[in-house]
Ligand binder design. Structure first.
Ligand code: UDP
Length: 245
């Protein structure tokens, strides 16, 4: 077990839209810092939202700790402070894996199917992370052709995301939350092992209240509603029992 206190934060390695990654004095670990930015439409909308980073750090910490305890291999080691996590250093695979249990968002638009239709065969989609191309939807063959990943690795990831979906669907349903869809990213560690990386939070998932179907994620921000997004994220933390009512 790594002693978090022996790890020292060093130089900034990279800065994305919502996170910063710092090197540490140990080449196998990085510090992930959650910023107070909220984005939508591939970064076209990018607002400052005071303290959002604290909420997403908290929620991702909870979910990654839970997934680690279920035997899913993730990059997450431990929360360092209210905005930072200690994580295994990985080489990110530039793909976003989306799992859909209910039709919403881009799938609803693309296929002209009303939001809310139940999908019995959870659908897996791949998006190629490329800002210039606006993260296009691709399939397995494109990903292999682009030399991003092999068919074997894709099979491993499909197995992992199917397990994660089963685990999280049940976990959230117990909290009266429907896991509509969510996005995952993966990286490879120094031994080439594939680890779930990035974050899982209301920024990267669609959560609906089981009874009222109220949106408990960043969809209100996506469509420009004035709703207080942090009240919604607080509601998720309450349902996870991280914050008491
Ligand atoms: N998603 C994400 N980052 C992205 C795009 C999508 O985390 O850059 C998540 C999103 O929160 C949702 C799921 O992936 O839970 C499916 O998103 P969709 O393809 O419907 O795109 P959207 O309409 O949300 O941009």
């Amino acid at each position: 077990m790594i002693m978090s206190t022996s790890i020292i934060k060093k130089n900034l390695l990279l800065e994305g839209k919502t996170k910063k990654i710092y090197a540490t004095n140990n080449p196998f670990y990085v510090i992930v810092h959650y910023k107070d930015n909220i984005t939508a439409s591939n970064g076209l909308k990018n607002n400052f939202l005071q303290d959002k980073g604290i909420f997403n750090n908290e929620i991702t910490t909870f979910i990654f700790n839970f997934l680690n305890s279920c035997g899913i291999r993730t990059h997450f080691v431990q929360k360092k402070n209210n905005r930072e996590q200690l994580c295994h250093k990985v080489n990110m695979i530039p793909l976003e894996f989306v799992v859909r249990n209910i039709v919403a968002g881009s799938m609803s638009k693309r296929l002209g199917i009303k939001e809310g239709k139940y999908i019995s065969n959870a659908i897996f989609e791949i998006f190629y992370k490329n800002d210039k191309l606006k993260d296009p939807l691709i399939n397995d063959h494109h990903a292999v052709f682009l030399n991003i990943i092999s068919y074997e690795e894709l099979n491993i990831i499909y197995h992992i995301i199917s397990n994660i979906n089963k685990i999280l669907k049940k976990f959230f349903l117990d909290k009266n939350i429907i896991l509509v869809d969510f996005k995952m990213e993966f990286g490879k560690n120094d031994q080439n092992k594939i680890l779930l990386s990035d974050e899982i939070s209301p920024d990267t998932c669609r959560f609906w209240d089981k009874k009222t179907k109220k949106k408990l994620d960043k969809d209100p921000f996506r469509i420009g509603l004035k709703e207080n997004i942090l009240d919604i994220y607080m509601e998720i933390l309450k349902r996870l029992n991280v914050i008491k009512n």
